[in-house]
Design a binder for this molecule. Structure first.
Ligand code: PLP
Length: 365
């Protein structure tokens, strides 16, 4: 853990130096935006810094309900429900939807919080190959009784590629399964309105639960689940990570509402994010790096071995770019990588400087 002095901008102050940030999930560059900071400060003064209790006791403040309405509107669902983090949302939701005697089908590259949710649920876990629809179909065709739930990231956290949601939801209809989609890396980023991949593909009615975080592109902290009213009622009564924890602090909820305003008002941030991703992807490939995928805002620069990856990360930092190495168990052995993430607020010069640092760092290895 390297202490970062100062705010989360395109550049971070580390050990007294300003370095380019290339590994943050602050995709839209709004974590330090004055509109969010002012909204949070105002809420702290008007409403206090804490919610004082869980939602089901006295902690359900009007601002939570307002934020839930805004999220439901963005996601195209009747309702949404706040959780204190994406990790809590995933483990609590999966365990509330399936249990012993049920089945949960999980992409092999799903985020750890989805994996832990599957384990906690005590349902039988069927892992299918990454984005492998034939494998999923094959496993769904063997019926064991009980409820069935398919869980997948929409934009995969370590690879940046998209799940084949249309095909997954078609299989779900055919095999009587629920679908849960984790939009942690798509919320605020994907789609004309920044709603995520589910809404972009018009699949709201086919996806049982859309989950997402407020701590990545939305620049703050917390998480949500968006769904039909009966599903939300079920979670309110059964998701233990919703029931048995203190509600989000009001300044955090206020910052999320301000972030949603920016997502609606400033679509150019999403365009800029896309063009920065394309520029970085092209540049890195042109100097010989392996960057698979379709240049979403998450670019996996595959190195292979863990030691070599961490050495490259150290060299990059020496050359002014903070891009963390990712190694097993976060990614499969032999696929250690620099997970390069761009921000909407990076300038063209920032991206070119990052490419130059990758070039110099490798020749220095
Ligand atoms: C795909 C995915 N889901 C869930 C989470 C957890 O979200 P949070 O950081 O809000 O706990 C993360 C990252 O942290 C993630 O990458």
């Amino acid at each position: 853990m390297r202490p970062v002095d100062g705010p989360q901008g395109t550049h971070l102050e580390i050990d007294g130096r300003s370095v380019l940030s290339l590994c943050s999930n602050n995709y839209l560059g709004i974590a330090n935006h004055p509109a969010l900071a002012e909204a949070a400060a105002r809420a702290a003064v008007d409403l206090g810094v804490g919610s004082g209790a869980s939602r089901l006791i006295s902690g359900s403040m009007r601002i939570h309900h307002d934020l839930e309405d805004r999220i439901a509107e963005l996601k195209g669902t009747p309702r949404s429900l706040l959780f204190t983090s994406g990790y809590q949302a995933n483990i609590g939701t999966i365990a509330a939807l399936v249990g012993a005697g049920d089945e949960v089908f999980s992409d092999e590259l799903n985020h750890a919080s989805l994996i832990d949710g599957c384990r906690l649920s005590q349902a039988s876990i069927r892992v299918y190959g990454h984005n492998n629809i034939d494998d999923l179909a094959d496993q769904l065709s063997r019926r064991h009784g009980g409820r069935r739930l398919i869980v997948t990231d929409s934009i995969f956290s370590m690879d940046g590629d998209a799940a084949p949601l249309r095909e997954i939801t078609e299989l779900a209809v055919r095999h009587d399964a629920m679908v849960m989609v984790d939009e942690a890396h798509a919320t605020g980023v994907i789609g004309a309105r920044g709603s995520g991949l589910v809404e972009e593909l018009g699949l709201q009615d086919r996806v049982t639960v859309q989950m997402g975080t407020l701590g990545k592109a939305l620049g703050g902290f917390g998480a949500y689940v968006a769904a039909r009213s009966d599903v939300i009622d079920h979670l309110v009564n059964h998701a233990r990570t919703f029931i048995f924890t203190t509600a989000l602090p009001p300044p955090v909820a206020a910052a999320a509402i301000a972030a949603l305003d920016l997502v609606a008002k400033e679509p150019e941030r999403r365009q800029r994010l896309r063009s920065n991703a394309t520029r970085l992807g092209h540049g890195l490939r042109a100097i010989g790096y392996s960057v698979p995928g379709s240049d979403s805002h998450i670019l996996p620069v595959i190195v292979g071995e863990a030691d070599e990856t961490m050495q490259l990360s150290t060299k990059l930092l020496e050359h002014g770019v903070f891009a963390h190495g990712i190694r097993p168990p976060t990614v499969p052995p032999g696929t250690s990588r620099i997970r390069a993430t761009v921000m909407a607020t990076h300038s063209g010069n920032d991206i070119d400087a990052a490419i130059e640092a990758f070039r110099v760092a490798r020749s220095a290895q």
